[in-house]
Design a binder for this molecule. Structure first.
Ligand SMILES: Cc1ncc(COP(=O)(O)O)c(C=O)c1O
Length: 294
Protein backbone atom coordinates (compact mmCIF):
# COMPACT_ATOMS: atom_id res chain seq x y z
CA UNK A 1 0.00 0.00 0.00
CA UNK A 2 2.95 2.30 0.62
CA UNK A 3 3.52 2.23 -3.13
CA UNK A 4 -0.07 1.87 -4.27
CA UNK A 5 -1.31 5.06 -2.65
CA UNK A 6 1.10 7.53 -4.26
CA UNK A 7 0.82 5.79 -7.63
CA UNK A 8 -2.99 5.88 -7.53
CA UNK A 9 -2.82 9.52 -6.46
CA UNK A 10 -0.48 10.25 -9.36
CA UNK A 11 -2.92 8.62 -11.80
CA UNK A 12 -5.74 10.67 -10.34
CA UNK A 13 -3.68 13.85 -10.53
CA UNK A 14 -2.74 13.09 -14.15
CA UNK A 15 -6.34 12.60 -15.12
CA UNK A 16 -7.40 15.89 -13.55
CA UNK A 17 -4.29 17.84 -14.64
CA UNK A 18 -5.94 19.74 -17.49
CA UNK A 19 -8.29 21.24 -14.92
CA UNK A 20 -5.43 22.86 -12.99
CA UNK A 21 -3.11 25.74 -13.83
CA UNK A 22 0.17 24.84 -15.63
CA UNK A 23 2.47 25.55 -12.62
CA UNK A 24 0.58 23.17 -10.39
CA UNK A 25 0.75 20.59 -13.14
CA UNK A 26 4.57 20.97 -13.42
CA UNK A 27 4.84 20.53 -9.63
CA UNK A 28 2.75 17.40 -9.90
CA UNK A 29 4.96 15.95 -12.68
CA UNK A 30 8.07 16.50 -10.52
CA UNK A 31 6.35 14.67 -7.65
CA UNK A 32 5.39 11.90 -10.10
CA UNK A 33 8.97 11.27 -11.20
CA UNK A 34 10.02 11.15 -7.53
CA UNK A 35 7.41 8.42 -6.94
CA UNK A 36 8.66 6.54 -10.00
CA UNK A 37 12.25 6.73 -8.75
CA UNK A 38 11.18 5.45 -5.32
CA UNK A 39 9.25 2.65 -7.01
CA UNK A 40 12.38 1.71 -9.01
CA UNK A 41 14.51 1.68 -5.83
CA UNK A 42 11.99 -0.58 -4.20
CA UNK A 43 12.31 -3.07 -7.09
CA UNK A 44 16.10 -3.02 -6.74
CA UNK A 45 15.86 -3.57 -2.96
CA UNK A 46 13.46 -6.49 -3.47
CA UNK A 47 15.73 -8.09 -6.07
CA UNK A 48 18.51 -8.17 -3.46
CA UNK A 49 16.35 -9.50 -0.62
CA UNK A 50 16.01 -13.09 0.61
CA UNK A 51 13.87 -15.63 -1.21
CA UNK A 52 11.02 -15.69 1.33
CA UNK A 53 10.63 -11.91 0.98
CA UNK A 54 10.82 -12.05 -2.82
CA UNK A 55 8.03 -14.65 -2.91
CA UNK A 56 5.70 -12.48 -0.86
CA UNK A 57 6.76 -9.28 -2.66
CA UNK A 58 7.93 -10.48 -6.07
CA UNK A 59 9.83 -8.11 -8.29
CA UNK A 60 6.99 -6.96 -10.51
CA UNK A 61 7.15 -7.72 -14.22
CA UNK A 62 3.77 -6.06 -14.84
CA UNK A 63 3.35 -2.38 -15.45
CA UNK A 64 0.19 -2.12 -13.37
CA UNK A 65 -0.60 1.61 -13.17
CA UNK A 66 -2.05 1.22 -9.67
CA UNK A 67 0.88 -0.72 -8.19
CA UNK A 68 -1.43 -3.50 -6.95
CA UNK A 69 0.23 -5.48 -4.16
CA UNK A 70 -1.10 -8.72 -5.72
CA UNK A 71 -0.50 -9.41 -9.39
CA UNK A 72 -3.68 -8.51 -11.31
CA UNK A 73 -5.33 -11.32 -13.29
CA UNK A 74 -5.41 -10.25 -16.93
CA UNK A 75 -8.45 -12.30 -17.98
CA UNK A 76 -8.25 -11.38 -21.61
CA UNK A 77 -7.41 -13.35 -24.75
CA UNK A 78 -6.35 -10.33 -26.81
CA UNK A 79 -4.72 -6.96 -26.17
CA UNK A 80 -5.07 -3.68 -28.08
CA UNK A 81 -2.34 -3.90 -30.67
CA UNK A 82 0.21 -1.13 -30.41
CA UNK A 83 3.45 -0.86 -32.29
CA UNK A 84 6.15 -2.33 -30.06
CA UNK A 85 3.54 -3.38 -27.49
CA UNK A 86 4.61 -6.25 -25.23
CA UNK A 87 1.41 -8.30 -25.47
CA UNK A 88 -1.04 -8.97 -28.28
CA UNK A 89 -2.51 -12.47 -27.76
CA UNK A 90 -2.63 -14.46 -24.53
CA UNK A 91 -1.43 -17.71 -26.11
CA UNK A 92 1.82 -15.89 -26.93
CA UNK A 93 2.00 -13.89 -23.72
CA UNK A 94 -0.01 -12.49 -20.81
CA UNK A 95 1.30 -10.25 -18.01
CA UNK A 96 -0.08 -12.52 -15.25
CA UNK A 97 1.69 -15.51 -16.77
CA UNK A 98 4.91 -13.55 -17.20
CA UNK A 99 4.81 -12.73 -13.48
CA UNK A 100 4.24 -16.39 -12.54
CA UNK A 101 7.11 -17.50 -14.80
CA UNK A 102 9.42 -14.90 -13.30
CA UNK A 103 8.64 -16.04 -9.72
CA UNK A 104 9.11 -19.69 -10.68
CA UNK A 105 12.44 -18.88 -12.35
CA UNK A 106 13.51 -17.17 -9.12
CA UNK A 107 12.47 -20.22 -7.06
CA UNK A 108 14.34 -22.63 -9.32
CA UNK A 109 17.44 -20.46 -9.83
CA UNK A 110 16.67 -20.55 -13.57
CA UNK A 111 17.20 -18.21 -16.50
CA UNK A 112 13.66 -18.81 -17.69
CA UNK A 113 10.61 -20.71 -16.53
CA UNK A 114 7.48 -21.56 -18.55
CA UNK A 115 3.93 -21.93 -17.24
CA UNK A 116 1.86 -24.83 -18.61
CA UNK A 117 -1.67 -25.82 -17.66
CA UNK A 118 -0.48 -29.09 -16.10
CA UNK A 119 2.64 -31.04 -15.26
CA UNK A 120 1.83 -33.59 -17.97
CA UNK A 121 1.40 -30.78 -20.51
CA UNK A 122 4.92 -29.59 -19.68
CA UNK A 123 6.36 -33.12 -19.83
CA UNK A 124 4.67 -33.85 -23.17
CA UNK A 125 6.45 -30.80 -24.59
CA UNK A 126 9.76 -31.84 -23.00
CA UNK A 127 9.49 -35.13 -24.86
CA UNK A 128 9.42 -33.17 -28.13
CA UNK A 129 13.06 -32.25 -27.48
CA UNK A 130 13.87 -35.73 -28.73
CA UNK A 131 13.67 -36.21 -32.50
CA UNK A 132 12.48 -39.34 -34.22
CA UNK A 133 15.25 -41.95 -33.97
CA UNK A 134 16.35 -40.55 -30.60
CA UNK A 135 16.61 -42.38 -27.30
CA UNK A 136 15.57 -41.49 -23.74
CA UNK A 137 17.02 -42.97 -20.55
CA UNK A 138 14.60 -42.82 -17.66
CA UNK A 139 13.90 -44.49 -14.33
CA UNK A 140 12.16 -47.79 -13.64
CA UNK A 141 9.98 -46.10 -11.03
CA UNK A 142 8.24 -43.04 -12.52
CA UNK A 143 4.85 -41.36 -12.22
CA UNK A 144 2.05 -43.29 -14.00
CA UNK A 145 1.24 -40.49 -16.47
CA UNK A 146 4.92 -40.15 -17.41
CA UNK A 147 5.26 -43.89 -17.71
CA UNK A 148 2.30 -44.00 -20.15
CA UNK A 149 3.69 -41.03 -22.11
CA UNK A 150 7.08 -42.68 -22.52
CA UNK A 151 5.86 -46.24 -23.13
CA UNK A 152 2.86 -45.53 -25.40
CA UNK A 153 3.31 -42.11 -27.04
CA UNK A 154 7.09 -41.99 -27.47
CA UNK A 155 7.31 -45.18 -29.63
CA UNK A 156 4.70 -43.73 -32.02
CA UNK A 157 7.10 -40.85 -32.59
CA UNK A 158 10.03 -43.13 -33.33
CA UNK A 159 11.63 -42.63 -29.91
CA UNK A 160 13.02 -45.55 -27.91
CA UNK A 161 13.08 -45.52 -24.12
CA UNK A 162 15.24 -47.44 -21.63
CA UNK A 163 14.00 -47.77 -18.05
CA UNK A 164 16.83 -48.22 -15.54
CA UNK A 165 17.37 -48.01 -11.80
CA UNK A 166 18.22 -44.31 -11.44
CA UNK A 167 19.75 -44.94 -8.02
CA UNK A 168 22.50 -46.91 -9.78
CA UNK A 169 24.85 -44.55 -11.65
CA UNK A 170 26.59 -47.44 -13.40
CA UNK A 171 23.23 -48.65 -14.76
CA UNK A 172 22.53 -45.14 -16.07
CA UNK A 173 25.97 -44.95 -17.70
CA UNK A 174 25.53 -48.40 -19.29
CA UNK A 175 22.15 -47.38 -20.77
CA UNK A 176 23.57 -44.35 -22.62
CA UNK A 177 23.76 -44.71 -26.41
CA UNK A 178 25.09 -42.41 -29.12
CA UNK A 179 21.48 -41.49 -29.99
CA UNK A 180 20.51 -40.73 -26.35
CA UNK A 181 19.15 -37.18 -26.36
CA UNK A 182 17.47 -36.95 -22.97
CA UNK A 183 18.00 -38.36 -19.49
CA UNK A 184 14.74 -38.07 -17.58
CA UNK A 185 14.55 -38.63 -13.86
CA UNK A 186 12.32 -38.09 -10.90
CA UNK A 187 13.77 -37.58 -7.46
CA UNK A 188 12.17 -38.59 -5.19
CA UNK A 189 10.18 -40.89 -7.44
CA UNK A 190 6.43 -41.30 -7.41
CA UNK A 191 5.34 -43.74 -6.07
CA UNK A 192 8.33 -45.41 -4.39
CA UNK A 193 10.08 -42.25 -3.15
CA UNK A 194 13.48 -43.39 -4.43
CA UNK A 195 16.14 -40.71 -4.20
CA UNK A 196 18.58 -40.25 -7.09
CA UNK A 197 22.02 -38.66 -7.15
CA UNK A 198 20.80 -35.80 -9.38
CA UNK A 199 24.27 -34.28 -9.83
CA UNK A 200 25.74 -37.68 -10.76
CA UNK A 201 23.06 -38.43 -13.38
CA UNK A 202 23.21 -34.88 -14.82
CA UNK A 203 26.99 -35.23 -15.20
CA UNK A 204 26.59 -38.54 -17.09
CA UNK A 205 24.05 -36.90 -19.43
CA UNK A 206 26.45 -34.01 -20.12
CA UNK A 207 29.36 -36.33 -20.79
CA UNK A 208 27.25 -38.01 -23.49
CA UNK A 209 25.95 -34.77 -25.05
CA UNK A 210 22.41 -35.43 -23.80
CA UNK A 211 20.12 -33.07 -21.93
CA UNK A 212 18.86 -33.93 -18.46
CA UNK A 213 15.41 -33.19 -17.10
CA UNK A 214 14.45 -33.65 -13.47
CA UNK A 215 10.80 -34.04 -12.53
CA UNK A 216 11.03 -32.19 -9.23
CA UNK A 217 7.33 -32.42 -8.38
CA UNK A 218 7.73 -34.42 -5.18
CA UNK A 219 10.65 -32.34 -3.81
CA UNK A 220 9.43 -29.05 -5.30
CA UNK A 221 11.65 -25.97 -4.92
CA UNK A 222 9.24 -24.77 -2.26
CA UNK A 223 10.68 -23.00 0.75
CA UNK A 224 9.42 -24.74 3.87
CA UNK A 225 9.85 -24.73 7.58
CA UNK A 226 12.08 -27.67 8.53
CA UNK A 227 10.20 -30.92 9.07
CA UNK A 228 10.87 -31.06 12.81
CA UNK A 229 7.46 -30.76 14.42
CA UNK A 230 8.20 -30.47 18.12
CA UNK A 231 10.90 -30.23 20.76
CA UNK A 232 12.70 -33.53 21.29
CA UNK A 233 11.15 -35.24 18.27
CA UNK A 234 13.28 -37.46 16.03
CA UNK A 235 13.49 -37.21 12.27
CA UNK A 236 15.77 -39.40 10.14
CA UNK A 237 17.78 -40.36 13.21
CA UNK A 238 18.50 -36.82 14.47
CA UNK A 239 16.78 -35.29 17.43
CA UNK A 240 15.37 -31.80 17.36
CA UNK A 241 15.99 -29.79 20.52
CA UNK A 242 14.05 -26.75 19.45
CA UNK A 243 12.22 -25.25 16.51
CA UNK A 244 14.29 -23.62 13.78
CA UNK A 245 12.67 -20.70 12.07
CA UNK A 246 14.75 -20.20 8.96
CA UNK A 247 13.16 -21.02 5.62
CA UNK A 248 14.84 -23.68 3.50
CA UNK A 249 14.44 -24.58 -0.13
CA UNK A 250 13.94 -28.28 -0.63
CA UNK A 251 15.60 -29.05 -3.98
CA UNK A 252 16.86 -26.99 -6.91
CA UNK A 253 17.93 -29.50 -9.61
CA UNK A 254 19.46 -26.77 -11.80
CA UNK A 255 21.98 -26.00 -9.06
CA UNK A 256 22.89 -29.70 -9.18
CA UNK A 257 23.71 -29.51 -12.90
CA UNK A 258 20.40 -30.51 -14.52
CA UNK A 259 19.42 -28.68 -17.72
CA UNK A 260 15.67 -28.60 -17.04
CA UNK A 261 13.74 -28.79 -13.79
CA UNK A 262 10.02 -29.50 -14.08
CA UNK A 263 7.61 -29.25 -11.21
CA UNK A 264 3.94 -30.18 -11.31
CA UNK A 265 2.78 -27.03 -9.55
CA UNK A 266 -0.50 -28.89 -8.98
CA UNK A 267 1.33 -30.34 -5.97
CA UNK A 268 3.33 -28.40 -3.40
CA UNK A 269 3.90 -25.16 -5.31
CA UNK A 270 0.19 -24.33 -5.44
CA UNK A 271 -0.58 -26.33 -2.33
CA UNK A 272 -4.33 -25.81 -2.11
CA UNK A 273 -5.67 -28.42 -4.58
CA UNK A 274 -7.37 -25.65 -6.53
CA UNK A 275 -5.16 -25.40 -9.60
CA UNK A 276 -3.33 -27.60 -12.11
CA UNK A 277 -0.07 -26.27 -13.50
CA UNK A 278 3.36 -27.39 -14.66
CA UNK A 279 6.54 -25.33 -14.73
CA UNK A 280 9.68 -26.37 -16.59
CA UNK A 281 12.64 -24.11 -15.80
CA UNK A 282 15.89 -23.81 -17.72
CA UNK A 283 19.43 -23.90 -16.40
CA UNK A 284 21.49 -20.71 -16.46
CA UNK A 285 24.35 -22.95 -17.60
CA UNK A 286 22.96 -25.05 -20.45
CA UNK A 287 24.73 -28.24 -21.39
CA UNK A 288 28.03 -27.17 -23.01
CA UNK A 289 28.01 -30.16 -25.30
CA UNK A 290 24.50 -30.66 -26.70
CA UNK A 291 24.24 -32.85 -29.75
CA UNK A 292 23.48 -31.02 -33.04
CA UNK A 293 19.82 -32.08 -32.92
CA UNK A 294 19.04 -30.19 -29.71
C1 LIG B 1 6.03 -36.88 -10.19
C2 LIG B 1 4.88 -36.35 -10.98
N1 LIG B 1 5.14 -35.78 -12.17
C3 LIG B 1 4.15 -35.27 -12.94
C4 LIG B 1 2.85 -35.31 -12.51
C5 LIG B 1 1.76 -34.76 -13.42
O1 LIG B 1 1.38 -33.49 -13.00
P1 LIG B 1 -0.07 -32.91 -13.32
O2 LIG B 1 -1.06 -33.71 -12.52
O3 LIG B 1 0.03 -31.46 -12.89
O4 LIG B 1 -0.29 -33.05 -14.79
C6 LIG B 1 2.52 -35.89 -11.28
C7 LIG B 1 1.12 -35.94 -10.82
O5 LIG B 1 0.79 -36.62 -9.85
C8 LIG B 1 3.58 -36.43 -10.50
O6 LIG B 1 3.36 -36.99 -9.30
Amino acid sequence: MLVAQPVARRAFLSATAPLRPARAHARHLRAGSRVLAEHGDKQARLAASKLATRLVHPVSTTKDPYGGSSTPLYQTATFAFEDGGEYDYTRSGNPTRTQLESVMADLEGATRSFAFTSGMGALAVAMRLVPSGGHIVTGDDIYGGTSRLLSRVAPDQGITVSNVDMCDLEAVRAAMRPETKLVWLESPTNPRMQVTDVAGVAAIARQHGALSIVDNSIMAPVPQQPLYPSYGSTYCGSTNYGPTYHVQVLQQPLALGADISMTSATKFVAGHSDVTAGNPSLSPEPSPNPSPDH
